[in-house]
Design a protein around this ligand. Sequence first.
Ligand code: PLP
Length: 410
Amino acid sequence: MNPSPSFFTWVAQRDAVAMDVTGGHGARFTTADGGEWLDFGSMVWNANLGHGHAGMRRALVEAAERAALVMPSSTFPDKVSAAEALLTVAPAGLRDGKVFLCLSGAEANENAVKMARLRTGRRKIVYRTRSYHGATLGMLSFSGDPRRTPFDPGLPDGVPWNDPYRADDGPASLEAVLRTEAGNVAAVLLEGVVGANGVRVPPPGYWPSIRETCDRHGVLLIADEVLSGFGRTGRWFGVDHGDITPDLLTCAKGLTGGYAPAGAVIASADIARHFDDHVLSCGLTAYAHPLSCAAIVAAIAAYREGDLVARAARLGEVVDRELRVLSQSQPAVQQVRGLGLLWAFDLVDVDGRAVGAPVMKRVAAALAARRLHLHKRDNMIFLAPPLVVTEPEIVDAVGRLRGALTEALA
Ligand code: PLP
């Protein structure tokens, strides 16, 4: 029997393989069995600042010592500073907007959807058939992800869009969806870069066409930057690669580098103004919590001090190089794709077909034996290390990966 008194997420409890993480530094963490791991999954894609960050520790200790007890309708210096800091890194067109502080990525998206509905008076939300926006019942209903299946049909008013993800085709087919749904769509909800569903990098011209299509139909654009934000792709946000401004931008994960629970919605000035005179029907008890706000302020300072966003762009070239060398020597590695420090590839058999679950199980075991933590899904393997990772660590990790694949595919 599993001795743990608490549940583990996304597994039958008997199958849980829980790592007992005891600490870490930079891109490495330790486990209670004495293991030292390379963290190429950034825990759950959120440890962008790495482990054992001294500045984050200091900020959280100071905030805990203040032991401020507030409610979400309060204001206090760290809440103001968190919003101000977030606006300074937001896409240029959102910098005169406003920030709504919450606790997670799913909630950030829930609140953005509520704001879009309240602003437009419409209900429908267009989402990609390949996407993930969070595990609440609401967000699963607007995600194109197998995790929604046990809860289907979910909430009404979601409109799936089979996005071919091409600059020429994508916006044209969005045009068709918006025409069919004429006048009922509040927002199009898109990941800055599709993350857990395969790292799909938008081609040049993609985002400006999406923006133009939304504008023509008077539909709001929500960019979900929960995974792709905070330097993960080598820019502050995924949409920055397309030089566009969404109406609402959501973030979490890297927002505090995982050191405290936090999510945020950045709303345009137009949407913010709407709520000057209309009730903002959003809020949970622990929103804009003092510990979360202190962590946001410290995290944004840490990104700046370490020049981590530019670092991610630079080190992305190293990951690219190493993965391409790997794919040349290991034909099972196909479709290497990514940018910044967000990468994925497919594993295929000798006939070019996706490898099955038994092979992926062997790969997982071989990776664990080499103390390399990274995310795996279907036949995909992802690399997303903390932005503080070093070049030798990238070379080391891809070396471990090569060894694991050689063993598991033999
Ligand atoms: N949106 C995206 C793109 C995500 O990848 C995730 C989580 O992986 C979420 C939203 C949900 O974030 P959270 O787990 O903080 O609710």
